[in-house]
Each structure stands twice: as structure tokens, then as C-alpha cells.
Design a protein around this ligand. Structure first.
Ligand SMILES: Cc1cc2nc3c(=O)[nH]c(=O)nc-3n(C[C@H](O)[C@H](O)[C@H](O)COP(=O)(O)OP(=O)(O)OC[C@H]3O[C@@H](n4cnc5c(N)ncnc54)[C@H](O)[C@@H]3O)c2cc1C
Length: 463
């Protein structure tokens, strides 16, 4: 901890005005010009009205804010990219500790290491790293924050080739509940480091991440629009699972949107929008796609060499702010019963309903389950039932449809990804942390946050 930080913590200011004067960053309050814009989060269905937003300029501001909130008994919400499905980065009457101004990024191409401020988005980091022909695995969407994504695990386009975001994490600078600034790594606070790799925001506020980078040059990326048939859906998982690990696919089962590379006559038809990244030789990528094309002739496709960040253009719409509800699960496979449940649900779905299938395995599956707090290493498929862009009058039918399909699939679930949970209760959080993972996290929580100061998250109760 530097001297300035230790000077500023220890004597928490008693009112918001004095508190604001202690910050290097800014305090935004209701009535301020910036309040409406700064308080917005991705999921409009979970928008809160915070008491104040601390736009932290450094770890010292974060420590000061934690101490102020604690001593005045104000609930803390932590925000980096603002893409929490559950809306945990906002709330009514909370103090939002907002990291979005921590945007420093230093890339050392020779050592293949990056030091990244917690306020960066996956798109910003990935674009800067791509200039060196390097990448760290994040998720499928550019606007998602590296912080929330990494702390939950980070499942994205390079999961099969290079693993999860946490598998590239080397070190984190963390402000703990008692206002200390510590470094967590394999050698310093190793238990905290283990917990941060999947345990979410439970253990402190990360202000800086150090990541490994991998060589990722031009990719073959894009999407195939396959007709939605039983055969296509049944063959999707086996084909994607046996593809070379360079290929990671994310399929959205949804009607064909009006995209330029699909003939107009197909727009609106039920389809499998199979997005992919092949992080390797483009010709090998085309060969890896051939089995999908052999199951059914695509309505249209865009499969082209591109810089790696180019894939974010295919998911940009989902990253924009809107009202959304999601249920998600891991499965061993998508059996015939599950295929039929999805197909029959889609026959009668409210507008904009979709099902996402991510076929996993490869590098992410080779890390032992106990090595990180993300323990679902053996998961083969992640299914997410999504109702994005829900108009107010459709909230009820969309939610009912979503939960009915979830109920049909849940008996086959092998787990759930913490970052894809909404507020679903303690039992579901335990499903995210199987075996002895939850108890181990609860023990670490007791050491680093015994009073459960950081509880607006998929909360681990101090053991
Ligand atoms: C459109 C969209 C696409 C997504 N795609 C993927 C994907 O491909 N792969 C994937 O793995 N996930 C994905 N997610 C889920 C995503 O990883 C989580 O929603 C994640 O929490 C978002 O991080 P954030 O920083 O943007 O969120 P925020 O809303 O800012 O934070 C969410 C929570 O994370 C914790 N947190 C955030 N920052 C910090 C910090 N600096 N220190 C401590 N705790 C912190 C807090 O508990 C906070 O409430 C997606 C989400 C959306 C909305």
C-alpha cells in the first residue's frame, strides 16, 4: 500500500460532502448532471437508484469508499462493466463503487503479460492486445467488463483453445473489506487468489489484474445460419465437441434477423445462428466448419479471416442496454428429450426469446476442478434460456416461458455458471460451487470479509 492510501483510510468521513473531498475521483449524487448516465447498468430490468456513485480514481479511493460505507452502514455495490445479469452492480440506496475509470493497460509483448485496470471492457483490452497479435480469453461480447467476467470464470471464444479468463490470471490487486490493498497471486495470499478465480466479488474489490497473453493472430470468424431442424439441433453438440480445439462455437437458436448475408426470403425463419471463432489456420477453420454445413445447407453465412476483436461485431447488439431475464445450466450433453423440449418451447415463444448453446471442453476442461473456485471444468455444454429486449407488457409471458423451459431442462443439469445466475437464491449459488468448493470459499470469506460487507453478488456466507 502506498503512503497516500494509508493516510486517507483510517478516519472515515461522516458525511457525503466531506467524503467527496477525500476522493481523487468524483462522487456523483442524485441531482448531479452525470447521475442519470452514470447510474445506468446493462440490465434495465434491474436498474436501481443509488445513493451515490463513487467514480474511483485509484485503489485509495476504493479503500476510502469501503470505509465510508462501512462506518455509515450503507450497502455497497461494485461496478466495473455494469453487465451483471442480476443487477448486482446497482441498487436502491446503495453506494456504487465504480471502477470504470481504472482504465490503465500496459502490455509487455515480449513477456506476454498485461497489467489491466479493472474498469476496462473485454473489447478495449482485446483490441489493444490484438495490435501485438496477442489475446487473453474473455467472453463473447466486447462491452462486458473484464472484472466481473474474470472473477466469475470467464467463458468465451478461446475457452477450448486457451481456457478461461481465470486460467490466464497471474495476479490481482485487491482492496479488502478492512480497507487493505493486497496482492493475490500463487505466492501471495494464495487462498484469496484461488477464491478470486470463480468466486466473484465476494472477497474484495479488484482494482488491477495481471494476465498472461497468448499468441492469437488473425482468426477465421463469423457465423452460419442453419435451418432449425431436429437433426441440426441433435448434431450440433457432437460436431462442436469433436471439432479441433481451435474452434469454439456459440449457437443462438432464434429467428433469422435481417442480416445482409442471408437472403431476404429466409429472414424471420427459425434458425441456429452458429457463431464461431477458429483461432488457427483459416483453411483448417473452413474444414472444421464442413461437418456443420453437411448437416443442412445454411440459409446464409459469413465465415471470413478477421482480426480477433472482429468477432465482437456479431454480438454487439446483445451488449447494448436493455431489459433481460435469463436462466442457465451446464449439461453433459443435449439429449433427444432436451432437444424436443427446446423445439416445442420455441413453437410458442414470446418475441425475442432465444436459447444459447455453448459447447465447452478443450483447454478449460483440462484444469483440475479443485484448482480454481470455478469448478465445473468437466461441463460439456452451457445452455442459456434468454429473453432479452423484453417490453414491459411482455415481462410476465416472457418470464413464464423462460422458467417453463428451464424447468423442463433442469433435471438434466450438472451445474450452473455463477456469472449467468440472476438472483436465484442460495441453493442455486451452491449449485454453482459443487463439492467442497462452497465450504472452502466460505472459509476464505470468513477470513477476508467476516462481516459480509461485499454481499451484492452471488453471495458466499462467511463459514
Ligand atoms: C451481454 C452479455 C454477454 C455476456 N457474455 C459472457 C460470456 O461470453 N462469458 C462469460 O463468462 N460471461 C458473460 N457474461 C456474464 C458476465 O461475465 C457477468 O455479467 C459479469 O459479472 C459482468 O462483468 P461486469 O464487470 O461487466 O459487471 P458489473 O455489473 O460491473 O459487475 C458484476 C458483479 O461482479 C463483481 N465485480 C465487478 N467488478 C468487480 C471488481 N473490480 N472487484 C470485485 N468484484 C467486482 C461484483 O459482484 C459486481 O456486482 C455476459 C453478460 C452479458 C450481459
Amino acid at each position: 500500500m502506498d503512503a497516500a492510501v494509508s493516510f486517507r483510510i483510517g478516519a472515515a468521513p461522516a458525511d457525503l460532502t466531506t467524503f467527496a473531498e477525500c476522493l481523487r475521483g468524483t462522487l456523483v449524487r442524485p441531482g448531479d448532471d452525470a447521475y442519470e448516465q452514470d447510474s445506468q447498468v446493462w440490465n434495465m430490468a434491474r436498474q436501481g437508484a443509488p445513493l451515490a456513485i463513487v467514480r474511483a480514481a485509484d485503489a485509495g479511493d476504493v479503500a476510502t469508499a469501503v470505509e465510508f460505507a462501512r462506518s455509515n452502514d450503507i450497502e455497497i455495490a461494485v461496478r466495473s462493466g455494469g453487465h451483471s445479469l442480476a443487477g448486482h452492480s446497482t441498487g436502491d440506496g446503495v453506494i456504487v463503487i465504480d471502477l470504470r475509470d481504472l482504465r490503465g493497460l500496459h502490455i509487455d509483448p515480449a513477456r506476454r503479460m498485461a497489467w489491466a485496470g479493472a474498469g476496462l471492457t473485454a473489447g478495449e483490452y482485446t483490441t489493444a492486445a490484438a495490435a501485438h497479435g496477442l489475446a487473453t480469453p474473455f467472453g463473447d461480447t466486447g462491452t462486458v467488463g473484464i472484472a466481473g467476467l474474470t472473477l466469475g470464470g470467464g467463458i468465451g471464444w478461446l475457452a477450448r483453445k486457451h481456457g478461461l479468463a481465470i486460467d490466464a490470471l497471474v495476479e490481482a490487486e485487491v482492496v479488502t473489506a478492512d480497507g487493505r490493498v493486497v496482492t493475490a497471486s500463487a505466492t501471495e495470499h494464495p487462498d484469496l487468489f484461488w477464491a478470486l478465480r470463480g468466486g466473484g466479488g465476494n472477497f474484495g474489490i479488484v482494482t488491477r489484474f495481471t494476465y498472461e497473453l497468448y499468441p492469437v493472430g488473425e482468426i477465421l470468424g463469423g457465423a452460419l445460419f442453419l435451418p432449425l431442424t431436429r437433426d441440426v439441433l441433435r448434431s450440433l453438440v457432437p460436431i462442436a465437441a469433436s471439432a479441433p480445439e481451435e474452434l469454439t462455437t456459440i449457437a443462438m437458436i432464434m429467428p433469422v434477423p435481417p442480416m445482409p448475408f442471408v437472403a431476404e426470403e429466409h429472414h424471420g425463419k427459425p434458425s441456429v445462428f452458429l457463431m464461431f471463432v477458429h483461432a488457427g489456420d483459416p483453411a483448417a477453420g473452413q474444414a472444421a466448419l464442413a461437418p456443420f454445413r453437411a448437416v443442412a445447407t445454411p440459409y446464409g453465412e459469413a465465415a471470413m479471416p478477421m482480426p480477433y476483436p472482429g468477432i465482437y461485431e456479431f454480438t454487439a447488439e446483445g451488449g447494448a442496454r436493455h431489459a433481460s431475464t435469463t436462466r442457465s445450466l451446464f449439461m453433459d450433453t443435449l439429449d433427444d428429450e432436451s432437444v424436443d423440449a427446446i423445439l416445442s418451447a420455441l413453437e410458442d415463444a414470446p418475441p425475442a426469446s432465444m436459447v444459447q448453446l455453448r459447447v465447452l471442453g478443450g483447454a478449460m476442461g483440462r484444469v483440475p476442478a479443485g484448482a480454481t473456485a470455478f469448478a465445473h471444468r468437466g461441463a460439456s455444454v452451457m445452455v442459456a434460456i434468454m429473453n432479452p429486449f423484453v417490453a414491459p407488457e411482455l415481462v410476465e409471458p416472457a418470464t413464464a416461458w423462460n422458467r417453463a423451459l428451464f424447468a423442463a431442462l433442469e433435471p438434466k443439469a450438472t451445474g450452473v455458471y455463477a456469472n449467468f445466475l440472476e438472483d436465484e437464491g442460495d441453493a442455486r449459488i451452491r449449485v454453482a460451487y459443487p463439492g467442497d468448493t462452497y465450504d472452502r470459499l466460505a472459509g476464505i470469506k470468513r477470513r477476508y470479509d467476516p462481516a459480509n460487507v461485499f454481499h451484492r453478488n452471488q453471495n458466499i456466507r462467511p463459514g
